[in-house]
Write a protein that binds this ligand. Structure first.
Ligand SMILES: NC(=O)c1ccc[n+]([C@@H]2O[C@H](COP(=O)([O-])OP(=O)(O)OC[C@H]3O[C@@H](n4cnc5c(N)ncnc54)[C@H](OP(=O)(O)O)[C@@H]3O)[C@@H](O)[C@H]2O)c1
Length: 259
């Protein structure tokens, strides 16, 4: 299948590792000129063939600085992937989640996407481009938690649909990809969320990886790989998906049981 992405330009946020880095690599492999943004420029991002930009996308100033740098490198934007997300996730319920934690998770997961989309849209309209926002299956199964994360991501899914409606007539497509459990540093680092869940259940990380898919009803019996999310994202950005907009693609190994 020819995806016709050759010579397009793209910004990918949260690009230094995990799903974002896999998306950068997949786009570069299709001939796209990519700016990858994260706070740190990792060796993986340096080697991926993208232009690396360092910025904190949890602040308005950071998003603006990243876009200024990206536009001066690329000239204009055909494709935007709002992948940055997660943040300082804690194993906690609603009553333990204070305003500071709500504000942090809304900044990183929702407002990063709002601000980046606002800055990119004039160029996307001019070039009839496309956006993919990375949400999560927890947006549809919010009881999985953490509650502030699931709520912020549910807002990302709703925002995507609203942008698809508003800007579709001007030629811009907007879709969401909602991953299930993906083998990235969120889950395989002892200091990140997976490590905290494993510790809460008194498990080592390898035991967590072995048991979590079965315990969570993942039909394929394994975590999703970042490259499998990237494949869905690249397809949705391409001309092959020209009639797909306002959709939410769930890539979760069958974890979501509702139709
Ligand atoms: N992994 C999963 O199971 C899963 C499931 C559902 C949805 N998702 C979503 O998928 C997306 C990617 O997650 P991932 O699993 O690939 O996570 P990850 O491995 O932790 O990567 C997160 C990326 O975002 C960057 N980042 C984080 N905070 C940032 C900030 N304030 N400013 C700029 N960059 C920032 C990180 O780089 P720096 O730290 O260098 O800034 C890194 O490149 C997120 O939106 C997440 O919510 C993940």
């Amino acid at each position: 299948m020819n995806l016709n992405l050759d010579s397009k330009t793209a910004i990918v946020t949260g690009a230094s590792r995990g799903i974002g880095l896999a998306i950068v690599k997949a786009l570069v492999a299709e001939g796209v000129r990519v700016v990858g943004v994260a706070r740190s420029v990792t060796p993986g991002l340096k080697d991926a063939g993208a232009i690396a930009v360092s910025a904190d996308l949890g602040t308005a100033e950071g998003v603006t600085a990243a876009f200024d740098a990206a536009v001066s490198e690329l000239g204009g934007i055909d494709l935007l992937v709002n992948n940055v997300g997660g943040g300082d996730l804690k194993v906690q319920g609603f009553l333990d989640t204070d305003d500071e934690q709500w504000a942090h998770l809304i900044d990183v997961n929702l407002l990063s996407t709002v601000r980046a989309s606002r800055l990119a849209l004039p160029s996307l309209i001019e070039r009839k481009g496309a956006i993919v926002n990375i949400s999560t299956v927890s947006a549809r199964m919010p009881g999985l938690g953490p509650v502030a994360y699931a709520s912020a991501k549910a807002a990302v899914t709703a925002l995507s649909k609203a942008l698809a409606e508003e800007f579709g007539p001007q030629g811009v497509r907007v879709n969401t990809v909602s991953p299930g459990f993906v083998r990235s540093s969120i889950y395989d680092s002892p200091d990140d969320f997976g490590g905290k869940i494993a510790a809460a259940f008194g498990m080592e990380i390898p035991t967590f990886f072995e048991q979590a898919p079965g315990a969570l009803g993942v039909t394929t019996g394994r975590f999703v790989e970042p490259e499998e999310i990237a494949t869905a994202v690249v397809f949705l950005l391409s001309a092959a998906a020209a009639s797909i907009t306002g959709a939410d693609y769930v890539v979760d190994g069958g974890m979501l049981k509702a139709v």
